[in-house]
Ligand binder design. Structure first.
Ligand SMILES: Cc1cc2nc3c(=O)[nH]c(=O)nc-3n(C[C@H](O)[C@H](O)[C@H](O)COP(=O)(O)OP(=O)(O)OC[C@H]3O[C@@H](n4cnc5c(N)ncnc54)[C@H](O)[C@@H]3O)c2cc1C
Length: 464
């Protein structure tokens, strides 16, 4: 069960599905952060535009309603690599836009009267071994080089903030906030509706065909609601389905541009004040361990610990299904990890376990693309850093579609072409091998107390 959907401010009520053919200016496919931020900013840039959002299930059904609630300034491509690819100035600009976007996102939510528990407490990466501390030091140097206000934490400073067992130090980065993601995305849906955008739920897009300028033809989105097919004619079509992309017949899918990789989460019951007194964590920082396998956690607004991580297998042919949201082994590891951080959780119940797909492109670059001729736009591939990135994507999409030149339309992700993923079975073998390597590397480091040879050997192959 997904904690966020169970602890919504308002009960989950479904919207009506599409019952007519429509002719609109902008059709947005996907009711997650990307689709809704795009709708929000498009409404501002093009106040008269007729905008609809088509969502297969309900708003927040996807990763936006399931994630770890880190609104971070993370960008999936490392700063040094970005410098090589796009130059120092543009790379610095990316870092600057993402950093600034964290508080702006909070201000935007507040301006829309959305209470999503936004708490701008920063982020901590804890090191629990000397090998992890070396990685933290490397992260500190990289962050400083990229212009981030990173602070190295001694063992005592770390424990003073969050009392993680065996901590030897840590890294604090200012630009990260904690949110309740489902309250944020559901609140955003209400806000765009108030502004005149129509949202149809239980309306599955089966295929979309962008328009053509030669005969001034609009694009066509084929939508199914309860077995009946409807057609939406739209000047602009925005595809905002991120990890779900492979399930729709679209131009991007035929590109094999994004694969869905699962991230899973679990959460405790609300913890007692006595436990919190021992743990600390009064600053609401988001927390991760400097392990190879990605982990992430937050202290929730209702005083639980919600913790997540990668490691769930990639399914053959980019398959997505609800059964994949739960994996007893990965969920078990996450509970073990939480208890190893905080042994006081020994007798505490873990009440929720869930997960979902996020989108990864072959070169780990997120993309916002727009083709003026056909009116077709797409955004996604945030590699698990989608909360703030989808906000920036919404702004970028709005400026591109409305024809407004801005700093967003000059970001290097605009019309970035990632290489295609390999066909199967190579894709399945490579992605699952990569996930296994990270698990083995952490195990190896625990046993040898030395930097993982497996991770070092595989780094060039996994490179990102
Ligand atoms: C468990 C987990 C933890 C994460 N933690 C973090 C985190 O802490 N911080 C962070 O920055 N990022 C995190 N991410 C990533 C982040 O949540 C996503 O990148 C982001 O939410 C993507 O938003 P989106 O709107 O593009 O996609 P989604 O939120 O996935 O929305 C896509 C929507 O499209 C709909 N859809 C799919 N197919 C169709 C169709 N055929 N027709 C109509 N609609 C369709 C889906 O139902 C869905 O609602 C996490 C992801 C997961 C899964």
């Amino acid at each position: 069960m997904n904690l966020w959907l169970e602890t919504l401010d308002a009960p989950l009520q479904h919207r009506a599905g599409i019952i007519d053919d429509l002719d609109v200016d902008i059709a947005i496919v996907g009711g997650g952060f990307t689709g809704l931020w795009a709708a929000h900013f498009l409404r501002k840039e093009m106040p008269g535009a007729n905008i609809v959002v088509l969502e297969k299930e309900f708003v927040g059904f996807g990763a936006s309603g399931r994630n770890g609630g880190w609104a971070s300034a993370l960008y999936p491509v490392a700063f040094d690599r970005l410098v090589i690819e796009v130059g120092q100035e543009r790379a610095r600009n990316v870092r600057e836009v993402w950093r600034r976007s964290v508080p702006e996102l909070g201000a935007e939510l507040a301006g829309l009267s959305i209470d999503a528990g936004f708490s701008y407490g920063g982020n901590i990466t804890v090191a629990r071994t000397q090998v992890q501390m070396k990685r933290v030091d490397a992260q500190f140097l990289a962050a400083t080089h990229a212009g981030e206000g990173a602070v190295r934490l001694s063992k005592d400073q770390m424990q003073e903030r969050i009392n993680v067992k065996d901590a030897v130090g840590g890294l604090f980065i200012r630009e990260c906030a904690r949110i309740h993601p489902a309250n944020a995305v559901r609140g955003l849906a209400h806000a765009v509706e108030r502004a005149g955008v129509r949202i149809f739920e239980e309306s599955e897009v089966l295929s979309l065909r962008p328009g053509t300028s030669s005969v001034a033809k609009k694009g066509i989105v084929k939508v199914r609601h309860r077995g009946t097919i409807r057609r939406v004619h739209a000047t602009h079509i925005v595809e905002a389905t991120e990890g779900f992309l492979p399930s729709i017949n679209t131009p991007a899918r035929s590109n094999r541009s994004v694969v869905p990789v699962y991230s899973l989460m679990t959460a405790t019951e609300p913890l007692s004040p006595e436990i919190w007194k021992e743990i600390g964590w009064s600053g609401n920082e988001t927390l991760a361990e400097a392990s190879h396998l990605i982990t992430y956690a937050q202290r929730t607004a209702d005083n639980r610990i919600a913790i997540g991580g990668r490691g769930a297998p990639y399914f053959f042919n980019s398959k997505i299904s609800p059964e994949q949201d739960r994996d007893p082994v990965v969920h078990g590891h996450l509970r073990e990890l939480a208890r190893s951080w905080f042994p006081l959780l020994r007798d505490v119940n873990f009440t929720h376990a869930w997960g979902g797909p996020l989108g990864i492109s072959r070169d780990w670059h997120p993309t916002v693309s727009f083709d003026e001729t056909s009116g077709y736009a797409r955004a996604g591939g945030y590699v698990g850093d989608g909360v703030t990135s989808s906000y920036v994507a919404g702004r970028t999409l709005a400026d591109l579609i409305s024809g407004k030149e801005s700093e967003f339309t000059h970001l290097p992700w605009v019309n970035h072409q990632s290489p295609q993923w390999e066909g199967e079975p190579v894709r399945w073998l490579a992605i699952n091998a990569g996930l296994k390597v990270m698990t083995w590397a952490d195990r190896e480091e625990r046993l040898t107390h030395r930097e993982s040879l497996i991770a070092r050997a595989m780094a060039p192959l996994l490179g990102h």
